[in-house]
Design a protein around this ligand. Sequence first.
Ligand code: HPA
Length: 240
Amino acid sequence: MGNVNHTPHINASVGDFAKTVLMPGDPLRSKFIAENFLEGARLVNNVRSVQGYTGLYKGERVSVMASGMGMPSIGIYSYELFKFFGVENIIRIGSCGGLSESVKMRDIIVGMGACTTSNFAVQYSLEGTFAPIGSYNIMKTVIEEAERIGARYKVGNLLSSDIFYNANPAASQKWTDMGVLGVEMEAAALYMTAAYCKKNALAICTVSDHLLTGESTTAEERQTSFTEMMEVALNTAIRL
Ligand code: HPA
């Protein structure tokens, strides 16, 4: 055990986390990944039941910890991991709503950029707007791994929204008109935190529902597409 490092939201020792952390939104998904994909996984954080594990994938150390939902939540966890636990790379593995005709249910959207409705960037006091982008190096590796296993993927813009139940039902069409591929709630905060901390991040999301067609996936379909995305993310993690 190294130094115990209590941050407000993570209770672990320095060195408990691998240099690359996969981040699903859901803590139980984190546990599922640890139990089904990692060897010798050890629980390294459990504050607020936000389970973080470190184990081996193909002999390499990889961590997985949940982000919770929304920009405030992933903003907290990514900042603490980058700043206090020596983490270099975070790959968000999430789900999103499809916003474009070019994306189909269960496709993987690789978030090259992340637009947002949030005020998260105000803290940086920029005289203009910041364009949150994913890490090119992680993205390149993700695309190679997706190609290798024949996963269906699209690279482009995500929208990180602060609102799931929008009182204005027409709001999403405007983002569709701008060519945004999918809507989720975390990527932009992750990208900005990585930029500020001089670290690397990427969000990849499977399309779990479609705002243009009204389709949604069954739990079983979500599991299958999730497994494919996991394989891409894990094989990427061990190459970073
Ligand atoms: N909106 C926001 N986040 C989401 C959605 C959505 O439609 N689907 C999955 N995550």
